[in-house]
Design a protein around this ligand. Structure first.
Ligand code: GMT
Length: 377
């Protein structure tokens, strides 16, 4: 049997803190490790991408801020760069993460190239590109067009696939390829991290997110304030956004000595391995990569059962899921795990096994490779 030819893949994502960029970076790294040539095309180097690795390339998109325009445009220079890299490096396909504006730019790039040099376009939907922007009449029709014109569309959960088909009336097939997480080795010991956070005997409750309104950090703090006994835990927040708007609420709820915030942390593994439970109160979540990151370290979470989260966590087995918007239920879920370390450990073990068996690179990356082979013919 002849070995399959390595592919030349362009990847576009948001390079800053955010689940879609994290996933796209990890995918690019894994594809390059498997022998493919991977070209990232974006306005900045994705923050979790290694500084250098074999077969991994980065092509910056330069955006000029012309006085003529009130708002600088990114879509056109991105499409020109995509076309240029496809032509110069002989890319087989462009895989764009988050539809806006990446899918539109890829469709335009493909149209700019002569027949025979055109790349296949694969669009991966991550969540708010459908659930927020898809509802916006100023974006919806353009997103729908880009999805209909893509050679393949994937969604990170079955829930997101169904939402996309419903909200955008997209009657084409959408492949579900769940997210994956490949934990790196922590740099510090659990004891070192706990000492840095000022933890003694308390359980470490962890929340990590970009703190956008959809994450309902306000609800999360309300829930934490109801947890008893209050000296049984500390809440550690790894903030990929500005926490200062929540400082007043922390004070009002008397949580000043219970909450520790770390801003823009790169070594998340250090904190994940030290955590005893995760807490997530999102009002919408297509997947929730952070829950999976915690699971990979044997850390079970209490989370709202919204969107695709029930596809990640098996309630009562690998974590606790509660009704969205319910601070009491979140607090009770946390207490149930704080009170019962044996149950917590059992959930943690089940979570880690599930993360490895369902959502590891070894399971998910071949699904993307199979999809690429399918569209490339
Ligand atoms: O809204 C965010 O949290 C960012 C957004 C993104 O595109 O970076 O996250 C979405 O994609 C993540 C990776 O696939 C998913 O884990 C998140 O659940 C999803 N967020 C929402 O659906 C709100």
């Amino acid at each position: 049997m002849t070995p399959e030819r390595a592919l030349k893949i362009g990847i576009t994502c948001y390079p800053s803190v955010g689940g879609s960029g994290i996933l796209a970076s990890a995918l690019g790294e894994e594809l390059a490790r498997r022998g493919h040539e991977v070209h990232f095309i974006s306005y900045g180097r994705p923050f979790r991408l290694p500084a250098s690795a074999p077969r991994l390339h980065f092509h910056p998109v330069v955006i000029n801020d012309y006085e003529l325009f009130k708002y600088p445009d990114y879509t056109l220079p991105l499409s020109v760069k995509m076309a240029e890299v496809t032509r110069d490096c002989g890319l087989d396909l462009l895989h764009v993460h988050y539809a806006v504006p990446h899918a539109t730019a890829a469709i335009l790039a493909r149209a700019m190239l002569p027949a025979g040099r055109r790349p296949r376009v694969v669009t991966t939907l991550h969540g708010t590109d459908t659930t927020l922007l898809g509802r916006d009449p100023g974006y919806g029709p353009a997103i729908r067009h880009a999805l209909m014109e893509s050679d393949a569309v994937t969604a990170v959960s079955a829930w997101l696939r169904d939402e996309t088909q419903r909200l955008l009336a997209v009657d084409r097939p959408i492949d579900v390829i769940h997210n994956f997480f490949e934990p790196k080795v922590a740099r510090r010991t659990r004891a070192e991290v706990r000492a840095e956070l000022g933890l003694t005997d308390e359980a470490m409750m962890l929340h990590l997110s970009n703190l956008r309104p959809v994450k309902r950090v306000d609800l999360l703090l309300e829930a934490v304030a109801r947890v008893r006994p209050r000296d049984a835990f500390k809440l550690v927040i790894l903030a990929g956004g500005d926490f200062t708007p929540f400082a007043a609420q922390v004070e009002r709820l008397g949580l000043g000595d219970r909450v520790v915030v770390r801003q823009n942390v790169f070594e998340i593994e250090d904190y994940l391995q030290a955590a005893d439970l995760g807490l997530f109160a999102s009002e919408s979540e297509s997947f929730c990569l952070s829950v999976l990151e915690a699971m990979s370290f044997g850390c079970p979470s209490v989370s709202t059962a919204v969107g695709g989260v029930p596809e990640v966590v098996v309630a009562g087995e690998s974590g606790v899921l509660v009704r969205g918007g319910d601070a009491d239920a979140l607090a009770q879920g946390v207490e149930s795990l704080l009170r019962d370390p044996v149950k917590r450990a059992a959930f943690g073990r089940a979570a880690q096994v599930r993360a490895r068996e369902k959502f590891s690179a070894a399971v998910i990356v071949p699904e993307y490779e199979a999809l690429y082979r399918r569209v490339c013919g």
